[in-house]
Design a protein around this ligand. Structure first.
Ligand code: SF4
Ligand code: F3S
Ligand code: FES
Length: 238
């Protein structure tokens, strides 16, 4: 099929503002959007800047706004977003500072991520046999959804509360916090909940659901946020 990719371009050395540019591209229906972007970069304009790595929905580096919604370019098939002759719009994620073309500065996003202590905390001695700290399947299941997160930022950068000023800790950080808060082997749930109870913590979530819709890993993000809110409101982790 022949389609047009309308891409928001910005070169900080030349441009005052981002602007749209259009590129005609021939694609197969089962091509990824990432393939189409490569056709532009490799054969039409090598200056197009975008992040990507794995091309298989694992590294989380190619999230962008496609026809107005956050998607991973490598998980979007052309047949699902365009027909012959259509125009597909591609923009950088919203709410983070623009660096160039489709690349945004992720530092603010990762600062929020780091703020919730996204690592396992347990000061008990290592089990004598040197093996893992065992856990029941049911206890493991409790935080399973959060383990699927690939930190693509699609949720946080689709959230109006985050767009306001970037101070809201954001759904991705809450999902990561949830993964450890509800892990019965971890010992720092109180500290994480303290962070999430602050001014720009979990209560900034207004249950808009954009995050859940944007998640390429089908994580029920809003539900996990609700579980953290409930833990704060009740003081219980059940
Ligand atoms: Fe991406 Fe989903 Fe993780 Fe958000 S929760 S960062 S959308 S994988
Ligand atoms: Fe934002 Fe998701 Fe809450 S879009 S307001 S974090 S439900
Ligand atoms: Fe790795 Fe798309 S390139 S998730």
């Amino acid at each position: 099929m022949n389609i047009t990719l309308k891409i928001k371009r910005f070169n900080p050395e030349l441009d005052q503002q981002p602007h749209w540019e259009s590129y005609p591209v021939e694609v197969e229906p089962r091509d990824q959007l990432l393939d189409a972007l490569h056709k532009v970069k490799w054969y039409q304009d090598g200056t197009l800047a975008l992040r990507r790595s794995c091309a298989h929905g694992i590294c989380g580096s190619d999230n962008m706004r496609v026809n107005g919604k956050n998607r991973l370019a490598c998980k979007v098939l052309m047949k699902d977003i365009a027909h012959e002759g259509d125009t597909v719009t591609v923009e950088p994620m919203l709410g983070l500072p623009l660096i160039k073309d489709l690349i945004v500065d992720m530092e603010g996003f990762f600062a929020h991520y780091r703020s919730v202590m996204p690592f396992f905390v347990n000061d008990d001695p290592v089990p004598a046999d040197g093996r893992e700290r065992l856990q029941s399947p049911e206890a493991r299941e409790r935080f399973d959804e959060g383990t699927k997160c690939i930190l693509c930022a699609g949720c946080t950068t689709s959230c109006p509360s985050f767009w306001a000023d970037g101070q809201y800790v954001g759904p991705a950080a809450i999902v990561q916090a949830h993964r450890f808060i509800f892990d019965d082997r971890d010992q720092a749930a109180d500290k994480r909940l303290e962070v999430l109870n602050e001014q720009f913590g979990v209560w900034r979530c207004r249950t808009v659901f954009n995050c859940t819709e944007a998640c390429p890993r089908d994580i029920p993000v809003t539900q996990l946020i609700g579980e953290v809110k409930k833990a704060l409101a009740t003081g219980r982790l059940d």
